[in-house]
Design a protein around this ligand. Structure first.
Ligand code: FES
Length: 136
C-alpha cells in the first residue's frame, strides 16, 4: 500500500491507500496526488479541477520520485509557469503514485487558469482557513 506524506506549512500528514481501491474523485488523474488528497481531505489546492490548466496543485517531491509516473509534455509546459519551480516539482493532478512518496506544498501558489486569462500570485489561503477554524 503506497504511503503518501504531504508536508504542509511545516506539518506532515500521511495517508495510505490500496491500488485500485480508492474511489476516483474526478480531480486529476486517478491515484494522483490530487486524487489521493481529495479522498483523504488533504488541503491540496486545485483551481482547474485537475485538468493541467493551472499550477495551484504544484508539489515538490522530497522522497520517492521513482514511484511516480513519468512527466508528460503538457505537465512540463504547465509547470514552467509555477511559482517557486524546482527540479523536483510536479503537478499534483498529473503525477500518479505507484509507491511511497513524500511531497511538500509550496508556500505560494500561482492561481493561473488558462481559460481565465489572468495570472494571480497569492499566498496560499491554507493558513487563513486554519485560523478561521481556531487552529494554530
Ligand atoms: S489542478 Fe490545475 S494543473 Fe493541477
Amino acid at each position: 500500500m503506497p504511503k503518501v506524506t504531504f508536508i504542509i506549512d511545516g506539518e506532515t500528514q500521511t495517508v495510505e491507500f490500496e491500488h485500485g481501491k480508492l474511489p476516483y474523485t474526478h480531480h486529476g488523474k486517478s491515484e494522483s496526488f490530487l486524487d489521493v488528497a481529495k479522498n483523504f481531505g488533504v488541503p491540496l489546492e486545485h483551481a482547474c479541477g485537475g485538468s493541467c490548466a493551472c499550477t495551484t496543485c504544484h508539489v515538490i517531491i522530497k522522497e520517492g520520485e521513482q514511484h511516480l509516473s513519468e512527466m508528460q509534455d503538457d505537465e512540463a509546459d504547465r509547470l514552467d509557469t509555477a511559482w517557486g519551480l524546482t527540479a523536483r516539482s510536479r503537478l499534483g493532478c498529473q503525477a500518479v503514485i505507484a509507491g511511497d512518496v513524500v511531497c511538500e506544498l509550496p508556500m505560494y501558489t500561482r492561481n493561473y487558469v488558462q481559460e481565465g486569462g489572468g495570472i494571480q500570485l497569492g499566498k496560499s489561503d491554507r493558513k487563513e482557513s486554519k485560523a478561521q477554524e481556531g487552529r494554530p
